[in-house]
Ligand binder design. Structure first.
Ligand code: C2E
Ligand code: CA
Ligand code: CA
Length: 654
């Protein structure tokens, strides 16, 4: 009774010292503490070996069968404990903390009790003192050692200490010899002392494990924060990288799809309505993407107005379905502060493993597909295909080399005549740029003009072309004009009109001899700069031609609102697939209107005499095409003009 109450008090003191919840450790800390019981099972083996052999020696020396039985019981328990200690892994999730603890408890308590009883019994029956000393010292040594070793689980440590030592103390008091009573008292004093020591060890252990746990939790929270986008709450770039690796590691052979979503013209939302509204739109888009994405998907914001969905898909059909849902969902108008707001997105999709087995390659593929979606007119989904890589490589090369091509003299201007269909005389030469690449050979303008437009090189290139063309045209007879193609980007660039004026001045060319060919795409965006450019140059006499008519919107509205002097009917109406009764009727209608408005109508792409006949009959007054001449270098253009004048003069003389 006395022993029990002392233990209880001691327990409560330890508890008080460690705060009210000190015996309540978190499950994680408890697991670590229980794991410590299973650490170094070799120390268990040494203890067991020492104890069992001591009992065996005692039994042999005393020649008492009961002690043999005790030694055997100790050996059996020790063996069972060692099997459990070596066999049960605390790392395995199948072994719950409670199970590990219980199994350890049963083994530890039964061994301690068996040893305690053996030692106590030896005092009663051993014929010689040194046998008593052997067993009592063993029991006490075991109790002390184990209460330090198992301090991580205080109840086990104290239980083992009590079970291994108390029987001896009780027997000492029961026998009642003064020396034994003294021993009994010593043991009873030893127990609280050891409990206090174990308690201290336990506190230090638990506190340091709890501190480690706290910092581990903190680190985990920081990690989560570092992987989250603050605006949308989605994964950010780091989070996406992490999730991609994680998902792939869990299902290495499963097919995945990566959707790279870019909001079209989101910059305008930010610029016009402000960043707070922009952020709300981003949040709205994020929520919709989260809703439509499969449950297991990672949805991330990849900077600015770009999002990524990465998920397992059964096949390309499922990926296509997700792609169309992305469009449907992003296009649904947002209501922000009572305002209706519409957003559109371009989507690039790459499939794993077909388009990239590792994350980097997959991202590159999706990025390329996205680029094609944007170039192809936005608000659409493009799936990656391998030709995109080839295109890109060539484009990159062209992009790099184009910048130096002008300085290296690799570019030149060729001229294609535009001929009067009545007289056969050259009225105009259209300037067409040519690139003679030292390795790639002759490059088509269709291949490098778009790259020049994308990279902005078109401004420098365009100014150079205009200047060259004007310089050469200045040498031609006064009634021959020159036509230069202008790309929309070049026209919208600041100082565009000034560039043309400078070219004219430096070449000394009359502005009325310059014609600028523009396409309908220029007018898709209602742009003030475009109108200013046309107005400013028209004022000084520069003329404008509407190029490739019939390939775009073919709206007659532009013809009405801008001062065009010429319409060029696209060659697809002359020699392409559109040729037939319909195209004939269209050419007729355009020619009739042109005639009424005093405009020239040019038929492009004339290759045969029959085609010349058809367009002339339809009312076109000018023609251009291989039938008359291909585009030729400037000296050949001059020769064509000289020949024409000569034969004209001969005709006159004749
Ligand atoms: P475009 O303005 O429609 O130029 C006419 C194109 O048709 C030229 O191709 C010309 O060689 C080709 N062509 C002329 N007659 C015939 C024919 O009878 N049959 C066929 N099949 N084709 C014919 P090119 O020189 O390859 O130029 C392609 C396009 O590149 C041009 O189309 C124009 O949009 C652009 N481009 C060419 N040079 C320049 C330039 O200096 N500046 C800008 N911005 N664009 C240019
Ligand atoms: Ca043209
Ligand atoms: Ca054309």
């Amino acid at each position: 009774m006395a022993v029990k109450s002392t233990t209880q008090r001691l327990f409560s003191r330890i508890r008080d010292r460690n705060g009210p919840n000190s015996d309540k450790v978190s499950e994680q800390v408890r697991r670590v503490l229980v794991t410590s019981l299973y650490a170094h099972p070799s120390s268990l083996a040494i203890g067991a070996l020492a104890t069992v052999s001591a009992a065996g020696v005692a039994a042999w020396v005393a020649d008492l069968p009961e002690l043999y039985v005790c030694a055997a019981v100790l050996a059996i328990i020790a063996f069972a404990r060692l099997v459990a200690a070596f066999g049960m892994s605390p790392e395995s999730e199948g072994n719950s903390t409670r199970k590990l603890e219980l199994i350890y408890e049963i083994g530890a308590f039964s061994f301690a009790l068996a040893l305690g009883i053996t030692a106590a019994y030896t005092i009663l029956v051993a014929p010689e003192t040194h046998i008593e000393v052997l067993m009592v010292a063993n029991a006490l040594g075991y109790g002390i050692g184990v209460s330090a070793r198992n301090a991580g689980r205080l109840n086990i440590a104290i239980g083992q200490l009590a079970l291994s030592c108390v029987p001896t103390a009780l027997v000492c008091f029961w026998v009642g010899r003064p020396s034994l009573i003294a021993l009994g008292i010593t043991i009873l004093l030893l127990i609280p002392a050891m409990i206090s020591i174990s308690g201290n060890i336990f506190t230090v252990l638990r506190n340091s494990i709890a501190a480690a746990e706290t910092s581990a939790n903190l680190a985990k929270r920081m990690e989560i924060l570092a992987r989250t986008d603050v605006v949308t709450g989605l994964a950010n770039r780091a989070g996406l990288n992490h999730d991609m690796l994680d998902k792939k590691a869990k299902a290495p052979n499963a097919p995945f799809a990566l959707f790279w979503i870019d909001l079209d013209r989101f910059k305008e939302v930010n610029d016009l309505l402000g960043h707070p509204v922009g952020d709300r739109v981003l949040k709205g888009v994020a929520n919709r993407l989260l809703d439509l994405a499969p449950d297991c998907a990672t949805v991330a914001r990849f900077g600015g107005d770009e999002f990524i969905i990465y998920c397992e898909v059964n096949d390309i059909v499922e990926a296509q379905r997700i792609g169309s849902e992305i469009h449907a969902e992003t296009m649904r108008p947002f209501r922000i502060d009572g305002e209706r707001l519409e957003v559109r997105a371009s989507v690039g999709v790459a499939m794993q493993p077909e388009h990239g087995s590792d994350a980097d390659t997959l991202m590159q593929s999706a990025d390329l597909a996205l680029y094609h979606a944007k170039v192809g007119g936005r608000a659409q989904t493009c799936f990656f295909d391998s030709s995109m890589t080839r295109d890109l490589v060539r484009r990159r090369e062209i992009e790099e080399e184009l910048r130096v091509a002008i300085q290296r003299d690799e570019l030149s201007i060729f001229f294609q005549p535009i001929v009067d269909l009545e007289t056969g005389r050259i009225k105009t030469f259209e300037a067409l740029v040519r690139w003679f690449h030292p390795e790639k050979g002759e490059l088509k303008p269709d291949e490098f003009i778009p790259v020049a437009e994308e990279t902005g090189v078109i401004v420098t290139l365009g100014n150079w072309i205009t200047a060259q063309a004007a310089r050469i045209a200045a040498k031609w007879p006064e009634d021959v004009t020159v036509a230069v193609n202008l790309s929309p980007l070049q026209i919208r660039a600041p100082g565009a009109a000034l560039g043309v004026k400078n070219a004219l001045r430096e070449a000394g060319l009359d502005p009325r001899r310059l014609e600028l060919e523009v396409t309908e795409s220029l007018f898709i965006e209602d742009n003030h700069a475009t109108a200013r450019f046309i107005e400013e140059l028209s004022e000084i006499g520069v003329r404008f031609a509407l190029d490739d008519f019939g390939t775009g919107y073919s709206s007659l509205g532009y013809i009405n609102s801008f001062p065009f002097s010429k319409i060029k009917v696209d060659r697809s109406f002359v020699s392409g697939a559109k040729v037939g009764k319909k195209s004939d009727a269209i050419i007729r209608a355009v020619a009739e209107m042109g005639g009424a408005l005093g405009m020239d109508i040019v038929a492009e792409g004339l290759e045969t005499v029959e085609q010349v006949q058809v367009v002339r009959d339809a009312g076109c007054n000018l023609g251009q095409g291989y039938y008359f001449s291909r585009a030729v270098p400037d000296y050949l253009a001059s020769m064509l003009l000289a020949q024409e004048r000569e034969s004209g003069a001969r005709q006159k003389i004749a």
